[in-house]
Ligand binder design. Sequence first.
Ligand code: SAM
Length: 249
Amino acid sequence: MGQRLGQHFLHRRVYLEKITAAVAPAGTVIEIGAGQGALTEHLLEIANRVIAIELDPELVTHLIVRFAGNPKLKVVAGDILKTDLTQWGPATVVGNLPYYITSPVIERTLAMGRLLEKAVFLIQKEVGDRLLAKPGTRDYGFLTVTTQMFAEPKLVAKVPPSAFNPPPKVDSAVIKLTPRDASEHPPDPTPLIAFIGLCFRQKRKTLRNNLAPFFGNERVDSLPEAGKRAEQLTLTEFRKLYDQLVAAG
Ligand code: SAM
């Protein structure tokens, strides 16, 4: 399995501690891809309960043996992309993520809505830059806007390849996501996320080009932002546009 499952084990203590400090204090923690349990051990010290999800059966066995008898830990054998993250109630989601599924994991985490207390992820630095990006910059795109619409991202630490075994080919970063007040966004986020997707359909094209096929030339042309590209819009402008074109019917 190994590399295919994005297995790069974090061994440098200072980063394990930085992730743990960003998580604390915590009630229920869902750890994604617990691996050999390096981070799990630290999380067990600061959380009331840790749900450790791992896909590789050998590592699942390793985790069960390593933490045998610890009543705070529940090891779940399975694929994070097929696991209902809301089944344990309000929770903090943490992980040194398998990089091949970073975007869907972030999407599923944000889709927990009010049950998400916070998230702390170790991801490729390049993806971290996208989460933190400002409007009008190269990194600002669909992942940026959907993440920032629902959570506030913060850089916790940059992590070099040498902190892992085996080292990945890219630099990494720890990012903390703090959910925004639920009253700031619609109860069902799905249509808003789909709308943001339409705005970024062809990133280099104007909103007029991307939205007119769905909402009609006349309505789209009446908007002051029609000549802009999605990558130039602030979160507030996206929300205003959504309210005018979708929520208003
Ligand atoms: N948490 C450990 C650490 O920091 O050393 C391991 C992190 S390693 C980057 C990612 C882990 O996720 C691996 O143990 C891998 O087997 C597991 N994994 C990969 N794909 C997964 C999936 N779809 N669902 C759950 N775990 C997965």
